[in-house]
Design a protein around this ligand. Structure first.
Ligand SMILES: Cc1cc2nc3c(=O)[nH]c(=O)nc-3n(C[C@H](O)[C@H](O)[C@H](O)COP(=O)(O)OP(=O)(O)OC[C@H]3O[C@@H](n4cnc5c(N)ncnc54)[C@H](O)[C@@H]3O)c2cc1C
Length: 403
């Protein structure tokens, strides 16, 4: 069916029928034992099979080619259901859109359809021990050898690397140029010889991200996204997609489901009549809803090509503050129960885990300070921050295996 022939009411009815057949409704208890990545892949395969993957993505790469409001219809319908974890978000929300924006035709045909079918999980090999906020200072080297680039270096904080099939990797391809002009983005097959992935244990007990060591890793030259040494432009596109994807995740603070759990907690602790508590809850809910609508608005602008880029940073900053304020309110409501809970209480560890993980919201995808700099420069038009253009030479002990 051509995109123009898709009728809105029929699409909504089909989406609801699909969701009812595939997912449990919110509030229904489930006993799923499979891990989040497996569930996310299986759900994505079902979406693709039913024609709901890549609703707005180009038809020639496996998408549906529909206008943005069809995605909103689907997302609105999906709010009533228990979606699997967003384990494919780095691929679907960041790497895929970046390849669509800057990749070659061959790359789009090779990587977008399997991504939409849930066959490939992607990760982002950007940050390094000496290059986080100062990302343009990446020192992972890519040296040309015939038809391949040979990668050597270390990445860190790589979310989901242990489950990933492919990565978008920033590497220095010309160390003699100013730092932003000597970087290339490469698509790396994570099963290539020379890659070792070491999970990092967080204070929550999870191992969400990893150190990744690249030791003589060979990458075909045709896997460069955009021009050789033009990777900074590509990286900036991906960072904007990342900030947008992060701000859209559950609208900060766990979305409506998370908010309902907070209200239930206040009720259980007999605090709902307290004016201060009522104000805190109202404030969180208003900010959640404003953030959700702004994230939808920004997504629509990006799809129509009218986004300026920097606005995604506003959303990301608002999301980080909301996540942390939500965790503070939750711990205040739970009282001592947030630190020590009865083993029979299935909600028991929830508030503690929320408090511990909330700290990462103001770091991942760019720290609050860096995001404020981006807003100052790209949204408010203030002068650029002064900084050096030279990269420091790679120290001999820069590759701290396992330390
Ligand atoms: C949950 C999570 C997931 C992540 N996933 C990934 C991933 O998948 N892939 C990936 O590549 N990276 C990932 N990261 C890494 C993340 O992008 C970096 O941690 C982040 O960019 C900050 O870099 P850094 O940790 O090196 O801190 P640094 O850059 O060392 O910063 C330290 C402090 O200095 C401040 N600072 C630095 N420069 C300035 C400045 N110019 N002005 C004002 N303040 C400044 C920072 O704001 C910060 O407070 C993840 C991080 C988290 C928390």
């Amino acid at each position: 069916m051509a995109p123009g022939d898709v009728e809105e009411d029929q699409f909504r009815a089909d989406a609801l029928a699909f969701l009812e057949a595939t997912l449990p409704k919110k509030g229904v208890r489930t006993d799923s034992t499979s891990n989040g990545v497996t569930r996310a892949r299986a759900y994505q395969a079902c979406l693709a099979e039913a024609g709901f993957a890549g609703i707005t993505w180009p038809i020639q790469y496996g998408g549906r080619g529909l206008p943005g409001f069809f995605q909103r219809i689907f997302d609105t319908a999906a709010r009533g259901f228990q979606l699997p974890p967003r384990s494919l978000e780095i691929g679907l929300g960041m790497c895929g859109p970046t390849i669509l924006a800057h990749g070659s035709e061959e790359q789009k045909h090779a990587f977008i359809p399997p991504l939409l079918r849930g066959e490939h999980v992607w990760c982002e090999l950007f940050s390094e021990p000496g290059a986080g906020s100062d990302l343009a200072g990446v020192q992972t080297r890519a040296v040309r050898d015939g038809d391949t680039w040979v990668l050597d270096g270390q990445k860190v904080w790589t979310s989901g690397a242990q489950h990933s099939d492919f990565a978008a990797c920033l590497a220095r391809t010309d160390p003699d140029r100013p730092k932003r002009q000597g970087i290339t983005m490469l698509i790396v097959d994570m099963r290539t010889a020379g890659i070792s992935v070491r999970p990092l244990r967080q204070m929550t007990g999870d191992a969400h991200f990893n150190e990744v060591f690249l030791d003589g890793v060979r990458v075909p030259v045709e896997n460069a996204v955009g021009d050789t040494n033009g990777g900074w432009r590509v990286a900036r596109t991906m960072l904007a997609f990342e900030r947008q994807a992060l701000s859209g995740m559950g609208s900060g603070g766990g979305g409506k489901g998370g908010f309902n759990a907070l209200v239930a907690l206040a009720q259980a602790r007999h605090l709902t009549a307290h004016p201060g508590v009522r104000q805190q809850l109202a404030d969180l809910r208003i900010r959640q809803m404003v953030l959700r609508y702004l994230a939808e608005f920004e997504a629509a602008k990006r799809r129509s090509g009218t986004s300026m880029g920097g606005e995604a940073s506003l959303l990301k900053l608002a999301m980080a503050r909301l996540v942390q304020d939500t965790a503070d309110v939750a711990v205040g409501l739970a009282g001592m129960g947030a630190a020590a809970w009865d083993s029979s209480d299935i909600q028991g560890g929830r508030w503690c885990a929320q408090l511990l993980s909330a700290q990462s919201a103001s770091i991942g995808g760019g720290t609050n300070e860096i995001v404020r700099n981006v807003i100052a420069e790209q949204v408010l038009g203030l002068p650029r921050e002064e900084e050096g253009d030279i990269i420091a030479p790679v120290a001999s002990d820069a590759r701290r295996h396992g330390s």
